[in-house]
Write a new protein. Structure first.
Lengths: 483, 299
């Protein structure tokens, strides 16, 4: 049979439980805007019943701490999606800077400066103009000046690309130290979590670890593996260990081939990190793929135009009557001793764009006339002009080649833009799902608080009544002895 | 079902998005260009390079063509003068050959013919902007020189056979010059200078000689031949004008195409901008309505 005393005990533990629950609610409200905080709910637990003479009596309830409401699957998916999203948005930002070098020419005469497509056309136009009067000094001067503009713009674009590349290299290197700080923080948290709550959710520690993983996911591509005792191993997407239990492995950098490479314990993981994702993946993709691709296209253009225009000019006769040293299409070799080169003659494709410049200073050295002809001949300059309409750069005319280059670059950027938009939408969606599960909803907290408050009031009321019952029992019918 | 308690911050992100759309639209409106970066329309950006290339080529050809037309017109008018000089020479030689002139008159004819020959020589040595136009590629030295120390005098050609061409944007080659020897010193009876020199020689002694009749006939042939060569230059002029006209038409069409490709659609842009503005206003209203208050206020 239950006693009044046991009922009093039961109800006072209920008051404790309600206070503990109110404490959890207060903590939720206090952390409503804390980044990474996971909503907690109080764990009410029924106390084991007491059996007296074969009858079981309930022993009330206690609150055994609070449980964080989290979904590990969702959190892991968010972290994966964040890797992709931050990779593509970082890549997009870098590509936006890159494409500013190749802004489409609107066609109005004021905007032609700096546009390589227009420069190419202007150069070949000035050459065709020379057909009309091959001895005219002004027209010859014009060929050299348009050549200088072309060479200058190509070389500037190549130089800007290389500057951007080294800027990205710097930023990528900066990420390594952030990664190291986060991995060692995660390793420490692992240790704390394993020692404090090896079996249950570690609450705030878990929140912190999740927050660090989320930041790490923005930086590099990672995989996470849950281990025993609530531990966590983190590897790169290719499987190199970054954190194992309470040990973290440092990401180090070192120069190789002019750019910084990334190492974990002596293994070069640059390629894996490039495709892995995160900001680092984005930076490395632009540094190691997009910029080198653009530079290679410019190099090819610069190389083809420089060498072939040089070869044609060198197989002709200039205004001074001097022949070049080259051999023309009929197999006749010029009698000259010094080559008549307009552009700096490149020796290999790579680096041609950066090195492109005009080496000819005397416009009279433009070999408008064919070998063996008088200086009034224009057949050699005609063949240079025809070069503009022939498939001379990778099977395309120079203008078509440039047009294809800008289209391809534009398509790449446009694709990354689409990727970035959809990935960030997906991140928002996942974040929204997580927030709806784990975020602190003030309305919910208000209603929970009201509920626990009411429960507390009810328990106090029960306590008062029990107290009166107890007084009645003590007084044994005498009303005024004990109040 | 629980809902995301932070929906207001998502609404704020939408507000940012709307503002960036507005910025992009205002940028297009103010610049008048719809494609401000490669990624906004990669295909059009590539197409634009090609269109501008062709427009500029057309423009450049129109300029070259007008430069060249000057030279061709100078050549044409020089040959016109040569023909009228030759007509005069023929009438002089005809009057000399009818047997009514005395010795001193015949010598005077010879002198006059020599004057005509010198005149034609100087026409054949016509230059345009300092370059001799009938010397093939040898444009820096006078193509014709007459040596009077021999009888008959001899006129030699110092130029070459080189012909220059101007290429039109659609790939036609237009002939820009006729080498002087083709016009003036071609072999046989067509040679203007040889015929004139021998006629001068025929009458220089003051007596009528038999060969003068043959030479007179040759002079007729030579004059016809010069006229024929002049036709080649006239043809080039006509072809250039035609090509230039065609190119101008093409350029206009291409410019229209390029403008359509790149120009911002102002009406469309304004509509989009006003839609974006409405959306922004609506979002702001929603945020201010929903952003305030929770159940705590009712407790």
């Amino acid at each position: 049979m239950g006693t009044i005393n046991s009922a009093l005990n039961l109800i006072s533990s209920a008051l404790d439980a309600d206070q503990a629950a109110l404490n959890v609610v207060s903590n939720n409200v206090a952390n409503a805007d804390t980044t990474g905080y996971t909503r907690e709910i109080p764990n009410f637990q029924e106390a084991p019943p007491t059996e007296i003479n074969g009858v079981a009596y309930g022993m009330g309830a206690t609150v055994t701490g609070a449980t964080s409401v989290r979904d590990r699957v969702l959190e892991q998916r968010l972290s994966q999606q964040q890797q992709l999203s931050s990779a593509s948005s970082t890549r997009l930002t870098a590509l936006d800077t890159l494409q500013a070098l190749f802004t489409p020419d609107s066609g109005s005469s004021t905007s032609t400066a700096g546009d390589i497509g227009s420069d190419l056309t202007s150069f070949f136009n000035s050459v065709s103009s020379l057909e009309s009067n091959p001895t005219n000094n002004a027209l010859r001067q014009d060929v050299l000046s348009t050549a200088s503009t072309l060479a200058g713009d190509i070389s500037n674009a190549a130089a800007s690309l290389s500057t951007q590349q080294s800027a990205l290299d710097q930023e990528a290197t900066g990420i390594a130290s952030q990664v190291n700080a986060l991995t060692s923080a995660i390793a420490q948290l692992n240790q704390q979590i394993q020692s404090r709550s090896p079996t249950a959710d570690a609450g705030i520690l878990e929140d912190q670890r999740q927050q660090d993983i989320s930041q790490l996911s923005r930086l590099i591509g990672i995989n996470q593996v849950t281990t025993e005792n609530n531990g966590l191993s983190i590897t790169t997407t290719s499987g190199q260990l970054l954190v194992s239990q309470s040990t973290s492995y440092q990401l180090t950098t070192g120069k190789s081939g002019g750019v910084n490479h990334f190492y974990i314990g002596g293994t070069d993981v640059t390629t894996e990190l490039t495709t892995g994702g995160g900001e680092l993946g984005g930076y490395l993709t632009v540094r190691d793929q997009d910029i080198p691709n653009a530079t290679a296209s410019l190099d090819q253009l610069a190389y083809s135009v420089s060498t072939q225009v040089n070869a044609l000019n060198n197989a002709g006769t200039d205004l001074n009557g001097e022949e070049g040293t080259g051999t023309n299409s009929s197999g006749v070799t010029g009698t000259g001793t010094t080559p008549l080169y307009i552009f700096n003659q490149p020796t290999q494709v790579s680096g041609s764009a950066l090195a492109m410049s005009v080496v000819m200073t005397d416009p009279n050295e433009i070999a408008a006339a064919a070998l063996g002809s008088g200086t009034g001949d224009n057949s050699n300059v005609l063949s240079v002009a025809t070069f503009a309409t022939q498939a001379t750069v990778n099977g395309l005319t120079p203008s078509n080649y440039y047009s294809q280059f800008v289209s391809q670059l534009g398509s790449t950027i446009s694709r990354v833009q689409t990727e970035s938009t959809s990935q960030s939408a997906s991140v928002t969606q996942l974040q929204s799902q997580i927030d709806s599960l784990s975020g602190v909803n003030l309305n919910d907290e208000a209603s929970s608080m009201q509920r626990y408050e009411r429960a507390y009031q009810a328990a106090s009321e029960v306590f008062t009544i029990l107290n009166q019952v107890m007084a009645s029992a003590l007084n044994l019918g005498v009303q005024t002895a004990v109040a | 079902m629980r809902v995301n308690p932070f929906y207001v911050s998502n609404l704020a992100a939408s507000l940012d998005q709307t503002q960036s759309t507005e910025a992009q639209l205002s940028n297009e409106l103010s610049s008048g260009v719809s494609i401000t970066s490669l990624s906004s329309n990669p295909v059009a950006a590539g197409e634009n390079v090609l269109l501008l290339n062709q427009i500029q080529r057309d423009d450049s050809f129109t300029q070259s063509s007008s430069l060249v037309q000057g030279q061709l017109q100078v050549a044409d008018s020089a040959l016109g003068s040569v023909v009228s000089q030759l007509t005069q020479a023929i009438s002089l030689a005809t009057s000399a050959s009818n047997g009514t002139l005395n010795s001193s008159q015949l010598q005077a004819v010879s002198t006059q013919l020599a004057g005509i020959r010198d005149e034609i020589t100087s026409l054949a040595n016509t230059s345009y902007q300092g370059q001799f136009i009938f010397g093939g590629s040898q444009t820096t030295t006078a193509p014709f020189a007459t040596d009077t120390s021999t009888s008959p005098a001899s006129t030699t050609y110092n130029g070459d056979e080189n012909v220059n061409y101007l290429q039109t944007p659609n790939g036609q080659s237009v002939q820009l010059n006729v080498p002087g020897d083709q016009i003036f010193t071609t072999s046989g009876s067509n040679s203007v200078f040889q015929t004139l020199n021998s006629l001068i020689n025929d009458y220089s002694s003051g007596s009528s000689v038999q060969s003068a009749v043959v030479d007179l006939q040759s002079l007729n042939t030579a004059m016809n031949y010069v006229s024929q060569q002049r036709v080649a230059i006239d043809n080039s002029l006509t072809r250039l004008t035609a090509a230039s006209d065609a190119v101008t038409v093409e350029q206009t069409q291409l410019t229209t195409a390029q403008t359509n490709l790149m120009q911002a659609d102002l009406a469309g842009l304004s509509t989009k901008l006003s839609l974006a503005e409405s959306q922004q206003t609506a979002l702001e209203a929603v945020i201010s309505q929903l952003g305030s208050g929770s159940l705590f206020e009712k407790l």
